[in-house]
Design a protein around this ligand. Structure first.
Ligand code: CTP
Ligand code: CA
Length: 239
């Protein structure tokens, strides 16, 4: 989807990758978070770097830190969704591709308690009211489409379990359309699948316009290591 250049398929290209999970603080010692390990994001950063790209990794909470092979990339650490939003927005304009592999908290506590929340004497449980966080992916797509500048390729990730009515692929197709990005990587998740493991199962879905450019490129489905999955996603950028 990006033009092939000399000196590595992505030489001279700027690739912005988000990884890990965002955390929303409740009080000075507690947060709402998710189970993202950041492994897929690290594998993507490594695959993009290997292809010659100039990589910036926006890292939320991760089980693993970037290894020595990633010493040459820029890493920006963030905590909350708001921080990740600001970090992405200020860099997206200069990026050729944005890959949103982070698990972004959709909601944050409406009120932050500046001192530790205590058990109350009357035995009542606290009620936590949540408010919506910005949708970083949807906003980047909207801004790019509006201004005509910014990442040519925007890649979303979707972890889906499916439900009684729809299977994960159907949900991912709908999400691809709703988000308006070029590619959507579907992860099948469940109690014991994907999170924190080295193996994964992904499908890469493409928008109609991206699909036209990718005619004939197979496969779009892989069961394997997160490294193999990352290689396939990064390959799409220079196909
Ligand atoms: N995402 C984002 N900002 C958010 C939430 C999600 O940028 N506030 C990105 C994720 O990084 C991912 C994609 O959007 O690349 C899809 O995330 P997902 O949670 O599957 O989608 P949602 O629109 O939040 O829908 P759902 O209600 O299924 O959680
Ligand atoms: Ca979500």
């Amino acid at each position: 989807l990006l033009l092939h250049q000399e000196g590595g398929p992505l030489a001279g290209r700027r690739v912005l990758i988000t990884a890990g999970g965002t955390r929303e603080p409740l009080d000075p010692v507690r947060y709402l978070g998710n189970r993202s390990s950041g492994k897929q994001g690290l594998a993507l950063a490594d695959a993009a770097r290997s292809a010659g790209a100039q990589v910036t990794l926006i890292a939320g909470s991760m089980e693993q830190q970037p290894g020595p092979e990633l010493a040459c990339i820029e890493v920006v650490s963030v905590g909350t969704t708001e921080q990740m939003h600001a970090a992405v927005m200020s860099r997206a304009e200069q990026a050729d591709a944005l890959i949103m592999s982070a698990a972004v908290a959709d909601f944050r506590p409406a009120d932050y308690a500046h001192t530790k929340i205590k058990k109350s004497d009357n035995g009542a449980s606290p009620i936590i009211t949540l408010e919506r966080n910005p949708d970083i992916l949807a906003e980047t797509v909207a801004r790019r489409n509006h201004r005509g500048t910014g990442p040519k390729v925007i890649v979303g990730f979707a972890a889906e379990t499916g439900d009684e009515k729809s299977d994960p692929l159907e949900l991912a197709q709908l999400k691809l359309q709703r988000k308006g990005c070029e590619l959507l990587v579907l992860n099948r998740v469940g109690e014991n699948l994907v999170f924190g493991l080295d193996s994964t199962e992904i499908h890469i879905l493409a928008s109609d316009a991206a699909q036209q450019q990718l005619q004939g490129f197979e496969p779009d489905h892989v069961i394997g290591s997160k490294r193999e999955a990352a290689a396939l996603v990064i390959q799409r950028l220079h196909q």
